[in-house]
Design a protein around this ligand. Sequence first.
Ligand code: C2E
Ligand code: CA
Ligand code: CA
Length: 741
Amino acid sequence: MNRPPAADDLVANHAAALAAAPAGSGTAPQTTSGAGRLLLVDDDLLLRSMAAGTLRHAGFEVVEADSGEQALVDFGGSSFDLVLLDVVMGGADGFEICRRLRAMPQPQPVPIVMLTGLNDSDTIAQAYEAGASDFITKPIQWALLPQRVRYGLRVSAASAAAVRSRESLVRAQRLAHMGNWEFSLQGAMRCSDELARIFGAPADAMQCASPQMFLSRVCAADRERVAEARAAAMQGQPYQLSFSIERFDGSERIVAEHAVPLCDGLGRQIGVEGITQDITERVEAERQIRQLALHDGLTGLPNRQFFLELAAPTMERARRAGALCAVLHLDVDDFKTVNDALGRASGDMLLRIVAERLEQGTRGSDITSVGAAARAAEVVARIGANAFTMMLYDIGHPENAASAAARLIRLLQRPISMQGRPVVLGASVGIALYPRDGQTAPELAAHAEQALYAAKKAGRSQHRYYDEAMNVAARERLARESELRVAIAHDQLRLHFQPKIDSGSGLIVGVEALVRWMHPERGMIPPASFIPLAEETGLIHPLTDWVFNAACETLAAWTRAGLRVVPVSVNMASPCFRTAGLVERLSTLVSRHGLQPSMLALEVTESILMDDNEQAASRLHALRELGFKLSLDDFGTGFSSLSYVKRFPIDELKIDRSFVQDLAAGGKDLALVASIVTLGRLLGLVVVAEGVETEGQAAALIAQGCSVHQGFLYARPVSADALAGRLRHGAPAHGRETPAR
Ligand code: C2E
Ligand code: CA
Ligand code: CA
């Protein structure tokens, strides 16, 4: 029960308090009206007056209300820093009034201190539930009352400041797209709302946020790096990183994160705290600025500055790999005339088409040594109104730069339809080679440009090397290349045939087709002098087609002449074996000539088996299934191992001439030949010895169990007609020829 204290006690106690307390002492926490403006609510006149007097004496401005209802009216009408509210009153009690005061809209919560004679835990709980900030029990200690009020005001001010600062932090975080978080060493995680927003996380997902979940949103490419940094932070190592995250809606953002160890008051690490900021827009803006600064606006190609930046690491890579590179400086001939005639807009469009063609023509070039990595290292840049520069990586052979230049010039010459009429552009190219013509990108670019002037001087659509000696070599090679092109197209090639003899029976068991070039002036040119050039320039493809066709024609002619026809072996250069549609083309060819595929054997080298196993294997199997014979040429000179031979469907091994040469003398080669023969027998392959020149070699081979021989001892390569005589039915391979030289 609320027992009213004895009036005398109250008064005595009160007088002492007033005497002790200096008037107006204490600091005003927040209002303009002295120590603070209070609303004092009590229906007991005596108590209210004493309390009001005490508080006024202490410097507070006090408004008195004699009922709860009055308090509601006063509270709604003006602003207070604190309310002192009696619990037991006639009418609505203090709890009810407290609740109603709390329900009234306020710029910020005003502390409400309940005055109660009841200090049981039930009453206290009820007071807090109703929204009270604190309570003072009766009988009131008058000396303490102003202190309690001041304390209440200070707490309220501090909590208001805390709320304000948290709110401004939230606003700042939102403005900066920055969230903060902390992990405890035990793996618990806390984070701000803005962090959740950055991750696009649904409210419940962040409730159970954990370091693992936080890490799982980091994009796979960055995850390991971030995990390592965070683990190191757990050991006290701060970090700053930027990386990509995947938001909950699947979109990607780029964030910057800064984390430091989190310590307790004694300086012991208890976790890690950090901030994570969404910097996507900034990064994108930087990218755009960089794009603008380093690229040509019209074509989107790198500009001169960027070209030099890109070329430097490419050259460094080439230096380490010992690769040969070329810088091509291309200038569109008479562009000004075209531009003036068609107008600027069309001129711009033409330049864009030129840029596209150059990019296409540089990538996927037909330079045989160019692989995917080299292509990735290539750069095309626009460095002047109608000038472009290209960096070609690992071109294999210096002459390939000229081939590339010629190809690019041809590409640009393809007519472009502009305003309904075809426009044909010409271009000149200057070439500088790395490392021979310069060690740095600017030096090479300058030399390529210098070479361009020489090309321009030579006339339209020309290309020139910086180094004059290269120009001479290139001219020669170009001349030979075009001669060879003519040779293939105009029937200057011939096939000779060299028999493979079964030394036991003396019968011809097959022939190898070997190509020759009947040059109108220089006479017969052996294949070793032009096959490498054909391979470098891509002419090997039409050449091989010619050989296959000629071999089939010969076979068909021998059949028609009623000869004892034997299979013809054709040499297959590796690039030809790799062309698409090979299997179909060959089977069409044999059927066109009315031949069985088994009449053709393809001689391939070990390099085919080495490069891309799956494709090579499936192609060999397809050919074998159709009935073509497969022969492994120059066996022993490459990298073939037993496993290769076992894996691929081979019919024949040809022991390279180098092993046969000093066979008669015994020694290492004898052992090698013996093992090849054994291998062949085990795998059921025919083993043929190449380059057999002497009786001694033949005898040594027979002794090792190798009976099929090919070489000058038996026959030199001869024309189809010359061989026809030896293919008469039943005719033995007459005697043996005199060994060569
Ligand atoms: P290969 O495939 O190893 O052909 C055998 C070469 O050895 C032929 O030279 C042949 O004349 C020569 N030879 C044969 N018996 C003897 C001998 O007892 N002693 C000596 N010293 N040499 C002998 P050839 O015709 O000059 O051909 C050279 C190479 O050119 C061939 O080597 C082959 O790799 C290539 N080749 C020839 N014709 C073609 C062809 O049509 N296409 C392709 N891709 N390459 C071909
Ligand atoms: Ca061969
Ligand atoms: Ca050979």
